[in-house]
Design a protein around this ligand. Structure first.
Ligand code: FES
Length: 94
C-alpha cells in the first residue's frame, strides 16, 4: 500500500524507516532522502509512527517482564546443605 504518492513510499518503506530510528514523518522523509511535498501522507505516517512506538514499548515491557536476572545481580547464594556442620580443621584447632 502506498503511503506517500509523491515519493512512492509504501508501507514497507515507511516501516523500514521506523525500524531504523525514524520517529515522525519528517524523519521518515529524511531516511529516504526526500522532503514532504503535498503533505497528504503525513497523517498516515504519524499514525504508523505512533503504532510503531506503542508496539516497541509493549515489546520492551514484555522483554523486561520475562528477563532473568544475571546470577551476580542480587541473587542470593544459597547456603550449602551442610552449613551447620563444623569443618574438620575447626575441630582440630580447638
Ligand atoms: S503524498 Fe507524501 S508528500 Fe505528497
Amino acid at each position: 500500500m502506498y503511503v506517500c504518492i509523491c515519493h512512492a513510499l509504501n508501507d514497507k518503506k515507511v516501516k523500514a524507516a521506523l525500524d531504523n530510528g525514524a520517529t515522525n514523518p519528517a524523519s521518515v522523509f529524511r531516511h529516504h532522502n526526500c522532503q514532504v511535498q503535498c503533505g497528504k501522507c503525513v497523517p498516515m505516517m504519524r499514525s504508523m509512527a505512533s503504532e510503531h512506538r506503542a508496539a516497541m514499548a509493549q515489546h520492551a515491557a514484555t522483554v523486561a517482564a520475562t528477563a532473568v536476572p544475571a546470577p551476580c545481580c542480587g541473587t542470593a547464594v544459597p547456603e550449602p546443605a551442610n552449613a551447620e556442620a563444623v569443618p574438620a580443621y575447626a575441630i582440630a584447632a580447638e
